[in-house]
Write a protein that binds this ligand. Structure first.
Ligand code: DGJ
Length: 323
């Protein structure tokens, strides 16, 4: 979908304003356009920040099914430049055909190898495969090659995310065993292989997990499994990744402001930390028109304050927001 020229002009104007003031305008609930005038398609993805540049990966849902993976970059999270399709269904992995659903692609940069690594849910059209796929590249913009695909440690795995701890250890967390539990997979130091799996939230049927660490406390947001329909977002906290997670407590409104979590983005400036909830407003009204929703949240003393800001100003360099 293309945007009219007048909107493109506005985008250029925004870029100039942000460059001069440091403040960008985030508008939730409406399509975002890239600098070529196309609707930004990056669902279920995540962000990587390098030298002030924010990279965003996510599902390209333009055609609803069998998504490719798009990459964008921005200096202000308002003006997004398109880097292209870094994983193309059936092209990056011709040996696996074109009938795979790539969902929730998550990008990490591995300090040991210097490679960019993507883990994703790699599914059959009826969700029976319950597999992952792992891709890597020497450059963030690609080319990405398939490292392997299948069930991690033989375990059925669906909705997923990644988490890199302060010591650089990376984890893959996913909804396992037919959506019954969450599996926390500790990864090898090249971020390419699962080494061990710890079962979390046994029998609680959680998906869309998103973990962040604040000082010595881990916070996890997750949702129930209701397909593309939104439901109550829940918080659990723990001092250890592998045990002691607190009972689920509701945060935000009854349906997470019509979203499902894809991640929590942490921005830091000196001693200041800003957390941004990132979610997908799926099927708004159809899959191609799903929206990316990003709203500031507060994580403190084991609690999460999760309001919804439809529009706000963001200063990426200062890690600040204002209405
Ligand atoms: C909810 C998941 O979080 C999405 O990634 C997707 O798998 C849908 N379910 C499919 O119904």
């Amino acid at each position: 979908m293309k945007t009219p020229h007048i909107l493109l002009l506005l985008l250029v104007l925004c870029q100039t304003v942000t460059a001069q003031t440091g403040w960008s305008q985030i508008r939730n609930g409406q399509p975002w356009y890239d600098t070529q005038g196309n609707v930004v398609q990056a669902h279920g993805g995540n962000f990587l920040i390098e030298d002030g540049t924010v990279y965003m990966v996510g599902e390209d849902r333009t055609h609803s099914w069998y998504p490719d993976v798009n990459l964008y970059h921005s200096r202000d999270m308002q003006v997004w430049e398109y880097d292209g399709k870094i994983i193309q269904n059936g092209v990056t992995t011709p040996e696996l055909g074109t009938t795979r659903m790539i969902e929730r692609p998550k990008l990490m940069h591995c300090p040991k190898t210097g490679r960019y690594v993507i883990w994703c849910h790699y599914e059959a059209s009826d969700y029976s495969a319950s597999e992952v796929a792992v891709f890597s590249s020497a450059s963030v913009t690609g080319p990405y090659r398939l490292e392997w695909s299948g069930r991690p440690l033989g375990i059925k795995s669906r909705d997923c995310n990644v988490f890199v701890d302060d010591d650089g250890t990376a984890y893959f967390i996913s909804t396992i065993q037919e959506n019954q539990h969450l599996g926390l997979f500790r990864l090898s130091d090249d971020y390419l292989r699962p080494l061990e799996c710890t079962v979390l939230m046994r029998g609680l049927r959680r998906e869309a997990p998103a973990i962040v660490r604040v000082d010595s406390l881990y916070y996890m947001l997750s949702s129930a499994c209701t397909g593309w329909d939104p439901n109550q977002c829940m918080l659990s906290v723990s001092r250890s990744l592998t045990q002691g997670w607190s009972p689920l407590t509701p945060v935000g409104d009854r349906i997470a402001y019509d979203t499902q979590a894809s991640g929590i983005l942490t921005l830091r400036r000196g001693k200041r930390t800003l957390h941004l909830y990132v979610g997908d407003r799926w099927k708004d009204p159809d899959l191609p028109q799903s929206k990316i929703i990003i709203t500031p949240i507060t994580l403190r003393d084991g609690r999460c304050h999760f309001p919804y800001m439809k529009t706000y100003r963001l200063n990426l360099r200062k890690a600040l927001v204002k209405p």
